[in-house]
Every structure is written in C-alpha cells, then in structure tokens.
Design a binder for this molecule. Structure first.
Ligand code: PXP
Length: 244
C-alpha cells in the first residue's frame, strides 16, 4: 500500500509569516526518507498555502512522485498541464472552506469535470477523482474513464471512535472500494486519517494508496517529519499484514 504525504500545512506555516520557511520541498525530502511513496499538494485557487513555485520544484525534483490536487478550474488545469505531475487528483473547492469538505458531485452531463479530465489526460497525466464513498458516484467516475479514484474518508474520520456511525462509514468505504476495484479502478483514500484511525482503512484490501496530511504534519512538530512518516508507514503496513 502506498503512502502519499500531503505537505500543504508546511506551506500554511510558511505563509503565516510570508517568508521562506518551513520549506515544503524540504518536508517532502524528509517524508520520502521516512518511507513516503509520494508527495501530495493542493494548489488552491486562492493560493492560501502551496504556491506555483512549490509545485514546480516538486514536479521537477528527481525522486519525488507528485500527486497534485486541483479544482476543475481552467486556469489551474492549464498550469497542471505545464507542470506535468505524475498524477492529478480533481477535488471540489470552495473559497471559504477550511479544508476540502466533500467529494466531487459528478453530476451527470456536467462538462466541467469531463473537460478537466480530458485536458489532463491529453497531457499524459494520470487522473484521479476525489469522491464520496457511494456506488452511484463510483459509477459516474467509471463513466468518465479515469484510471483512479480517491475515496473521501472524512465521514469515517470524524465519527466518534467505536460508534455505530463510524462502523457504518467504514462499511461504506469497504463497499465503495470493492465496487470500484471490480470496475477496474485503482482505489485511493484520504482525509482526516490519523495515527488512531488509519489501520481500519489500511486493512481494506481494495485500497492501494492513502493520502495523509494534517496528522503527519502536526506530529512532525514534535517528532520530526521523517519519524512521523515512518510511524504512519509502520501502522499501515502492520494493518495490511494482519488483514491478509
Ligand atoms: N485527500 C484529499 C483529496 C484532500 O483534499 C486532503 C486534504 O487536503 C487529503 C487527502 C488529506 O487530508 P488530511 O490533511 O486531513 O490528512
């Protein structure tokens, strides 16, 4: 199972002072040393954390596999085509949200996502869609002929630990992941995963990649980035081994 580490919040800290540190590229190097398979950044329209220059540096860095999150907005899609990351994950984006709140709606007949998918694919970029874990939305992703989806784990992550709500959210993730896998999609997952809740998701066989940011960056303040990633990796790998 691959671990992609989201370093947006390293840039959030930098932007708080408008200077040059901490540097998200340096965080990426440390995350890779701790066992990250790739680095994720979200280039938001308002550029509140990650900047164009960060994406350029990460996309050009040898040894970094970059997953760029972006909204299906023509200006950002144009930029993504130029920067050519390994993978682009289309996400919904609202200006005032604190973080990505839900998955892409993928309304039938909506041209916006369809156009963005086609333009990214034409540039040779692997495209993934960030969606809620339900069957109908997975089917709409299949219809868009993308190779991958990322299931939104927010509902699972925010439910009280051990609650019925959490068990139901986990079951929905399992069902959606298996359904997507049967349809031939690569299945990723992320949002709100942390050191306490990651293992149940890591144990879902159909999921091959996790995207984790806030919790790892938060722990890095105390443990350092490399150690924080190593610990997350260890939890994921242990859950995976137990599940097989
Ligand atoms: N996946 C997607 C598509 C996201 O938008 C985010 C948040 O930027 C994450 C994963 C990571 O979420 P978190 O920071 O809560 O780990």
């Amino acid at each position: 199972m691959r671990l992609y580490v989201n370093v947006d919040h390293v840039a959030t800290l930098r932007e708080a002072r408008g200077g040059r540190e901490p540097d998200p590229v340096r965080a990426a190097v440390a995350a890779e040393a701790g066992g990250a398979d790739g680095i994720t950044v979200h280039l938001r329209e308002d550029r509140r954390h990650i900047q164009d220059a960060d994406v350029r540096a990460l996309a050009q860095r040898r040894g970094t596999t970059l997953n760029l999150e972006l909204a299906a907005h023509p200006e950002i899609v144009r930029l993504a085509r130029r920067l050519a990351p390994h993978q682009a994950t289309l996400v919904p984006e609202r200006r005032r949200e604190l973080t990505t709140e839900g998955g892409l709606a993928l309304r039938p007949g909506s041209r916006r996502v369809q156009t963005a998918v086609a333009r990214l694919r034409d540039a040779g970029i692997r495209v993934s869609l960030f969606i809620d874990p339900d069957r109908a939305t997975v089917d709409r992703a299949v219809a868009l002929a993308v190779p991958a989806i990322e299931l939104h784990t927010g509902r699972y992550a925010t439910a009280p630990s051990g609650s019925r709500r959490q068990a139901a959210a986990l079951a929905a993730l399992r069902r959606a992941a298996a359904h997507a896998r049967r349809a031939g999609l690569a299945v990723h997952a992320g949002h709100g995963l942390n050191y306490e809740n990651v293992q149940a998701v890591a144990a879902i066989a159909a999921i091959e990649e996790l995207n984790i940011g806030h919790s790892i960056v938060s722990h890095a303040v105390f443990w350092g980035m490399e150690e924080s990633v190593r610990h997350m990796r260890h939890l994921m790998d242990a859950a995976r081994r137990r599940a097989v």
